[in-house]
Design a protein around this ligand. Sequence first.
Ligand code: AGP
Length: 608
Amino acid sequence: MCGIIGAVAQRNVAPILIEGLKRLEYRGYDSAGVALLQQQEIHRIRTTGRVVTLEEAVRKQGAHGITGIAHTRWATHGAPTEDNAHPHVSGGIAVVHNGIIENHEVLRAELRQAGYVFVSQTDTEVIAHLVHFYFKTSQDLFAATREAVARLHGAYAIGVVCNSMPNKLVAARQGSPLLIGVGVEEHFIASDASALLPVTQRFIYLEDGDIAEIGLTSIAVQDKNGQPAEREIMQSEMRPEMVELGEYRHYMQKEIHEQPRALSDTLQELVTNGIQPMLYGPEGESVLSSIERITFLACGTSYHAALTARYWIEALAGIPCNAEIASEYRYRTSVPDPKALIVTISQSGETADTLSALKHAQSLGHNYSLAICNVSESALVRESRLNMITRAGPEIGVASTKAFTTQLAALFTLALVLAKLRGKIDAAAEQKHLEALRALPGQMQRVLALEGQIQKWSEHFAEKQHALFLGRGLHYPIALEGALKLKEISYIHAEAYPAGELKHGPLALVDKDMPVIAIAPNDALLEKLKSNLQEVRARGGELYVVVDEDTHIQEMDEIHKITLPLHAGWLSPILHVVPLQMLSYHAALQKGTDVDKPRNLAKSVTVE
Ligand code: AGP
């Protein structure tokens, strides 16, 4: 979703802003723009399409400046045109914005009355005019921005500059991510830390309602009540090379192959120190011992992790769970249970639907919350009482891969902690689980070695319009995840069903043109699944089956088989999803789609 970067420095910031925009490209966007302050003038350049086009325009026009803001726009209000691209300008004020202003129509009417002329269809343009409106009276950019944002309903992260204040940048956030990068006699703002890694690793994470006035040597933050606020400077562990492509063709491919490392980093503390509630923070034991049920809230891939966790936690710890799509829970009248633990799962920790679902749960009186998240400084982690940080490292590809498998590892850990707290596993069982977890990265490496075979499968998918994924039990959420991956990056329409549900409707879709991908681990449901596969074969469907080593399914015409190592027991979903990730990656390559930045999608979905 939209990306923001800004800088105040004593050097030309144009290259810093362009590099920052490139690093924010993964968030998803369709146009880009920059505003640079040059001798009391705003030099604004906007282009549709990729940041390289903007970079070229900046180079051709020789644009430069010691202060500036820049933006990648993911269209919501108005088409992705140059006129709608940010920065938006009113008088000498320029604004970039991420989020959605819900009352923009009312404000637009009011500003028209005041004589302002609108030249875009965006909600953002009202912010530029509002700041200008208040600035005319006060001549104070910070005060004008504060008055303007007080009028806004909705979500925003904004950066504001003014042509008469060449060393000043004002930033504000409410509901959308924004941080300040702290340099030496230069400061920056950005939507996330990765954009600023070439210039600093020291960050201040703004809180909801904060407004900051940023100069060359000063940063002053006011909180939502207008009071001066001290915000800690945090040293990021992220290194610039973590977000570089290296030997890989795409980030998705790199991230798929990073999974063994990501898993062992995520599990390190558990396998070293054993199963203990402290893994979730100092209140871990008291909170996790008090709860009687769990509600998972998440979106997309993270929701699939929640669905898998439900099987683990109910079976191992005997705690009832439900998993809800965050955007549905948010607007549903639900019955609060003070003994329920609200578990949010998110790669980014900034997903607007998940964040508002958590806030909604809190407003209903839910006091116990746990965030499973890949970004330790994110809003979701800050809002939650307990947390477990997955150690996947920055995930750049829009399609979530290593974030998913590390979420699963963190959730399996949660199942073990809850089971131990309730006396459901003894020391011997604990050791067995820990051994299985220690072996997991190595087993994952063996699965990754199957990439050549998967690539061959993918050749059959290039011409397909549809695909059906089947799984049972623990592997039904994995089928859902396989289908999501395939549609997301290869644009092949894919559905997933619990295999037992096939005969209740979807079997009507099966013919020779419908590839059916089945996950067939050697678990208690294997024989049932085999019967379901016969139902497919009998209708002429072509089967692609991912099996375990000891599963007796024969390869033959129209039954293609890929064999994973021996059945991994409870951990099997973490391995079985990997061939599906690789299948969607190679199918997308066959189709020639933009793997890391699929059309219409954004990495971090910061609007509802
Ligand atoms: C996954 O491939 C998707 N890009 C998407 O479903 C994603 O998982 C979802 O938007 C939730 O994101 P989060 O984990 O950052 O909250």
